[in-house]
Design a protein around this ligand. Sequence first.
Ligand code: ATP
Ligand code: MG
Length: 283
Amino acid sequence: MLRIAIQTKGRLNEQSIELLREIGIQVDEAKRKFLSKAANFPIEVLYLRDDDIPQVVANGTAQLGIVGLNEVAERGFAVDIAKKLGFGGCRISLAIPKNEQYTGPAYFNGKRIATSYPGVLRKWLEEQGVQAEIEVITGSVEIAPAAGIADCIFDIVSSGGTLVSNGLVEVEKVFFSEAVLIASPSLSAEERAVLEEILFRIESASVSRSQKYLMMNLPAAALDEALTILPALRSPTVIPLATPDWISLHSVVKADELWDKVRQLKAIGAEGILVLNVDKIIP
Ligand code: ATP
Ligand code: MG
């Protein structure tokens, strides 16, 4: 039995549960407790504050975890990054009052910087050879300059709206983060096999998200041309229609090429084009 730690509530909770659901691991939300067992997979879900996830995975209380790369970097525990998950994107940036003149990293010499990420900040300051004072605060970092707690901040930014409404401007993007699947460094062979299965399912789910299933009717004479437009997994499926000289063509296309393909197919006589979402693609 493997244990995966995810955020109890907050920005990563919903998408973590959605990811588990997408790969066929069902957790009963209604019965959600500190620890709950998946109905159909040898895995238990442990709900924690995101701050604590790297630690429990490093010490083996949970073998896997879903957490922001920012927390992994800040906590400094030894865990493996098994997979970047493509959600929860953000960055940790330095921001200063908007009426200040920014002159480069040396600006921060002698400044007091408020942050919840002292580890990541200290590393950057050292790299830049800057001497600054770090004020650690755990919440509402963005109000620190106005409150006189610090001169500037080092905080998470996604859209930048919070900075603007607090009269701050982002001057250095220091650390880029997204949600990651982390794993204990010392998994048993059996645990590793479950991890491999999870990675395989995540991969299939993410491939399928970027693909669309296309069905259309086409004059049989246009088939050769259609085949040049539609390279499918192997090749498109061709099904004869009751109407003579017409066929039905099925294929999978990349979502970002969909409209381009549709235009080309219409130009060679395709009709009744049906576009479906793909649930899974198992290569
Ligand atoms: P917890 O109660 O679990 O400690 P929290 O308040 O520390 O939660 P959240 O605000 O829920 O954390 O954010 C969780 C993670 O979501 C962050 O660590 C970061 O990786 C990611 N994230 C993405 N966008 C943002 C954002 N705009 N602000 C904060 N975090 C963000
Ligand atoms: Mg937290």
